[in-house]
Design a binder for this molecule. Structure first.
Ligand code: URA
Length: 215
């Protein structure tokens, strides 16, 4: 199931506009903050699909009944660009466990992209709800490789992916390569990928915009 949140008008669209704008992008603090705020909004929307149980809370004046999350999710992020979105999601799931995984794109001559998955730090995932955050879902290959790598630590009961921008191609790829029932949350879907597998119009390189150029 694909949820493209920009389809309904909300303040999210303001943040999408700002992360895309090449002048606003010159301010990395603002770029990081906007991705974090997008993570918060997507965490809120996704939270409506989780399981809740009725609980009682004692106020100074009496007892109130509230529905509370039954289980906290595990939030997994792909380094390094995922960190900003991750922070936003974690802001709303206070007690979530966290997993980090490295995936980098080696751009080969002729435009071929090879994705390397190396570092993995993850809790036990058996039976848990796993949220995988990757701001730019370009081909969907990294998301799928990360999913396969993370299975070393158990099989989640349910998976949600969270991205700021996805290409149409990546949505199709992830829908085919992640388990049935996976929910794909994305702020906006762009139709094009260029020959270097960058999303067009997209935003450019999310990792560089958030954290600076790398060698
Ligand atoms: N990663 C990015 O940061 N941007 C893209 O457009 C694609 C992958």
């Amino acid at each position: 199931m694909v949820h493209e949140l920009s389809k309904s008008n909300s303040i999210l669209n303001q943040f999408i506009t700002e992360i895309r704008n090449k002048d606003v992008q010159k301010d990395p603090l603002r770029f990081r903050k906007n991705l974090e705020r997008m993570g918060e909004i997507m965490a809120y929307e996704l939270s409506k699909k989780l399981d809740y149980a009725e609980t009682k809370v004692e106020t100074p004046l009496g007892i109130a009944t509230v529905n509370q999350l039954k289980n906290q999710p595990v939030i997994a992020s792909i380094l390094r660009a995922g960190l900003t979105l991750h922070t936003g999601i974690l802001n709303f799931f206070d007690h979530a466990e966290n997993a980090f995984i490295s995936a980098y794109r080696e751009e080969k001559d002729g435009g071929e992209i090879k994705v390397h998955v190396e570092y993995l730090a993850s809790p036990d995932l058996n039976g848990k709800t796993l949220i995988i955050a990757d701001p730019m879902l370009a081909t969907g290959q990294s998301m799928s490789l990360v999913y396969e790598a993370i299975l070393r630590n158990g099989t989640p009961a349910k998976i949600h992916t969270v991205s700021a921008i996805a290409s149409r191609q990546a949505i199709d790829y992830v829908s085919k390569h992640l388990p049935t029932g996976t929910e794909i949350w994305v702020a906006v879907i762009d139709e094009e990928l260029n020959s270097n597998s960058y999303i067009v119009p997209g935003i450019g390189d999310a990792g560089d915009l958030a954290f600076g150029l790398k060698l």
